[in-house]
Design a protein around this ligand. Structure first.
Ligand SMILES: Cc1cc2nc3c(=O)[nH]c(=O)nc-3n(C[C@H](O)[C@H](O)[C@H](O)COP(=O)(O)OP(=O)(O)OC[C@H]3O[C@@H](n4cnc5c(N)ncnc54)[C@H](O)[C@@H]3O)c2cc1C
Length: 440
């Protein structure tokens, strides 16, 4: 009789993982601390509870989340089956009745003959291997402290202070220029602002609407991590001495120093995604878009990840992962998934739960490593990003088109996306067959 595989956390990632393992014939022990210990955001004792929105994102064949949904469907995902069972009319989005959704997942797992559910907080990383760790953005303090100690470095963050990330191809390089401050390097893209452009930009930030945090997510801001709206509130010139300072960044086309400069930092190895340096923000998403597009050179910027400021427990994935297979370098045999692993979003959590379990199942069976989905697929792009992203100020990432290589040629945006969708799904299916990763 084989030892059971333990899965810690029965959220979006852990539920998917437990199902995959059990369907592959393995005995599973699924640990969930609720209702014995609740988190500040969950309300029930059910698995895969959706803590906020009831949408799993757009379904269109032009939508990055739509591609991840299609891949998960092709993988036989429990979360996608629950979403179908709980589907509500919502235009082009996959919205669900959250009660029906979490009841469905809970029932399927509790009634599974190979899954034992243990209710209670896991305070230390268990010794059993392989292991799937999926305790989410509100991982309990004891387990977070133990994980931190085992990883030996402060690679665990407790809040998310993220700046918007934009698609590289949407930056107007006839306006922006590459340079490092005082000619140190040319790693940054710089967007120069005239005084008039800065004035409009400052006014827009001052008038923008803030996201109202729940009581439990209120943050004490560190001075080095101040949201841009707070800097702007402190005074007209404050951002000019902070993230927008133009010193050492003359525009090579004029040789002159702009009034202000917005810098963009590369987020991924290929340079498909760029974040606005020092622009961590809790502003409403619509207002973020307006403000970003006021920056010269970013008039047509496509935002692939909006800025957020909220409590969030996650690992610095590029530092701690052994590779895109979601295994911790310092703890071989421990596979992480969900927000803890550095993704954002319900679907992304479920998808990494699925992959972590595929890996853990192969390890438990002593089978050949199935590898990870190809880079053209959304899941393949996402886990490669986790393993290779810029570790500096690493922030959790959601499904977006910057994660996968563009299709060649100049095509209208819609057609480009549709081709990327078809190519990604085809690549995912082909990999699954090659790797003998059966549907569940
Ligand atoms: C307030 C908030 C709102 C969000 N809103 C959205 C949204 O609208 N849309 C979206 O796509 N994403 C949203 N997210 C981000 C993310 O997609 C969800 O949090 C998602 O549920 C993450 O899945 P997960 O499996 O990583 O974690 P979770 O779904 O939170 O699952 C983790 C589970 O582990 C359990 N657990 C924690 N510690 C322990 C322990 N020590 N022992 C045993 N069990 C433990 C928890 O009780 C929980 O059930 C939100 C996140 C937060 C915090």
């Amino acid at each position: 009789m084989k030892e059971p595989v333990h899965v810690i956390g029965a959220g979006l990632a852990g539920s998917e993982a437990a199902y995959v393992l059990a369907e592959r014939g393995l005995s599973v022990v699924l640990h969930e601390m609720r209702p014995r210990r609740m988190t500040p955001a969950h309300h029930s004792d059910r698995f895969a509870e959706l803590v906020c929105s009831n949408s799993l994102g757009g379904e269109a064949r032009t939508n990055a989340k739509g591609l991840l949904q299609a891949e998960l469907r092709a993988a036989g995902s429990l979360v996608m089956a629950a979403a179908e069972a709980a589907r509500l009319p919502a235009g082009g989005a996959l919205a669900v009745d959250r009660e029906v959704f979490s009841h469905y997942v809970t029932e399927r797992l509790e009634q599974h003959p190979r899954i034992e559910v243990v209710r209670g907080e896991v305070e230390e990383v268990p010794k059993a291997r392989p292991l799937v760790l999926a305790t989410g953005p509100l991982t309990s303090d004891a387990l977070a402290a133990d994980l931190q100690a085992r990883l030996g470095e402060p690679f665990l963050s407790f809040y998310d202070a993220a700046a918007p990330v934009i698609l590289g191809e949407s930056i107007d390089m006839s306006v922006c220029y590459r340079a490092g401050r005082y000619g140190q390097d040319a790693d940054y893209i710089n967007c120069p602002m005239t005084e008039e452009a800065y004035r409009r930009f400052h006014r827009a930030i001052a008038e923008a609407r803030r996201h109202t945090p729940h009581d439990w997510e209120k943050l004490e801001f560190f001075e080095g991590c101040m949201p841009i709206e707070e800097l702007a509130r402190r005074g007209y010139e404050t951002p000019l001495f902070g993230p927008l300072k133009p010193m050492g960044l003359p525009d090579p086309r004029t040789g002159e120093r702009p009034f202000a400069v917005v810098q963009l930092r590369q987020e991924d190895r290929e340079g498909r995604m760029w974040s606005l340096v020092g622009f961590q923000t809790g502003l409403k998403w619509g207002d973020q878009k307006t403000i970003v597009r006021l920056v010269p050179g970013l008039e047509n910027a496509e935002i692939v990840r909006y800025g957020v400021m909220h409590r969030n427990t996650y690992l610095n994935a590029p530092h701690v992962l052994a590779g895109p297979n979601l295994e911790l370098r310092a703890l071989p045999g421990v596979f992480v998934a969900g927000v803890l692993a550095g993704v954002e979003g319900y679907l992304e959590s479920a998808a990494t739960g699925w992959l972590a379990a595929v890996q853990a199942a192969a390890r438990a069976a002593g089978a050949t490593d199935p590898g990870v989905p190809p880079p053209e697929s959304m899941l393949g792009g996402l886990v490669r990003f986790l393993a290779s992203a810029n570790p500096r100020d690493f922030q959790p990432m959601n499904a977006n088109w910057g994660l996968v290589p563009p299709v060649p040629g100049k095509l209208p945006k819609r057609e480009k996306r549709e081709r990327m969708f078809a190519r990604g799904l085809e690549a995912f299916r082909a990999w699954r067959e090659r790797a003998h990763v059966s549907r569940a």
